[in-house]
Design a protein around this ligand. Structure first.
Ligand SMILES: C[S@@+](CC[C@H](N)C(=O)[O-])C[C@H]1O[C@@H](n2cnc3c(N)ncnc32)[C@H](O)[C@@H]1O
Ligand SMILES: [Zn+2]
Length: 276
């Protein structure tokens, strides 16, 4: 984690700037109360202001991590990086709702550092380990925090991106500098049609999201759509477990995936680029 990243952090309690402690094991704020946040052994920091656990469960994180590591969504990450390179070729980017850091670690560039926030400590732990493993630990930071209140200074970010996570226009605008960009990636109308056809009798198109920005300026909309072949039952189960369908599907319908070891399904992702 570089000084450049630490300089942009703000104490979640008093908004004061943060510095690394003398023994380098914590972040300490410069406010009167000297709020202190320890680095975990894997390298993330818990900056949440409540003690209640939130965000994705250990199981969802494990499944998503295993599935993404297989490369099924590489084209999604490539399109995100293409848009980042086009609009924000260098600088400081924030991955809001970063999950286990698949997109954040791949978005790190020669001149780009990435800070990811997620409510799930399991996600942040996995992300920090992944960043270290991939040799981008110095150019990333992962913190447990809500995307509704990110521990970042006003106007400190050149880009915010948000993949399948809540889109909070007001907060993302607050942390973006003037002229900075927000990239929102969300499920297109036909995303995971093949998986849904296995589970449900009636397969409906996905609805457009209700939390799309209304005040930032939309500058580009792109779409990535391709047929993915999922080639093992373990991968199909990981895909299912990482989606919201896992929680919405009856136990009887879940059984329909048993023994299926080949699935062809559309991956249909929309990318919206907004400028502040
Ligand atoms: C569908 S996952 C997407 C994760 C990652 N962006 C990806 O696409 O691989 C949604 C993530 O948002 C996180 N999340 C949900 N609500 C949140 C909130 N209010 N603040 C921060 N993270 C949140 C969850 O913990 C989860 O990791
Ligand atoms: Zn403080």
């Amino acid at each position: 984690m570089s000084h450049n990243i630490i300089n942009r952090l703000a104490c979640p309690f008093c908004s004061a700037k943060m510095v690394r402690s003398d023994n380098a094991r914590s972040l300490v704020c410069g406010g009167e109360r000297r709020h202190c946040f320890d680095f975990s052994s894997s390298g993330y920091v818990n900056l949440a202001i409540t003690h209640s656990e939130g965000g994705d469960s250990k199981m969802a994180v494990r499944s998503r991590s295993a599935f993404l590591e297989k490369g099924y969504y590489e084209r999604v990450s490539d399109e995100l990086n293409r848009l980042l390179d086009k609009y924000v070729p260098s600088g400081f980017a924030v991955d809001a709702g970063c999950g286990e850091g698949y997109y954040s670690t791949r978005a790190v560039g020669h001149n780009r550092e990435v800070c990811g926030f997620d409510l799930s400590k399991y996600a942040c732990e996995t992300a920090a380990k992944k960043a270290a493993r991939n040799g981008v630990g110095e150019k990333t930071f992962f913190g447990v925090a809500s995307v509704y209140e990110m521990p970042l200074a006003d106007g400190c970010a050149d880009a915010v991106f948000n993949v399948f996570a809540p889109c909070v226009e007001e907060e993302y605008s607050r942390v973006l500098r003037e002229g900075g960009y927000l990239i929102v990636c969300s499920a297109g109308a036909d995303h995971l049609q093949g998986l849904k056809a296995l589970l449900y009798d009636n397969v409906y198109k996905n609805e457009t999201r209700a939390d799309s920005p209304t005040r930032l300026t939309l500058v580009e909309h792109t779409n990535v759509c391709f047929e993915a072949n999922i080639t093992s039952n373990a991968d199909i189960m990981d895909l299912f477990t990482m989606t919201p369908y896992y929680w919405r599907t009856s136990e009887d319908d879940k059984k329909k995936l048993e023994g299926i070891d080949n699935l062809s399904t559309l991956i249909d992702i929309d990318f919206f680029v907004y400028r502040k």
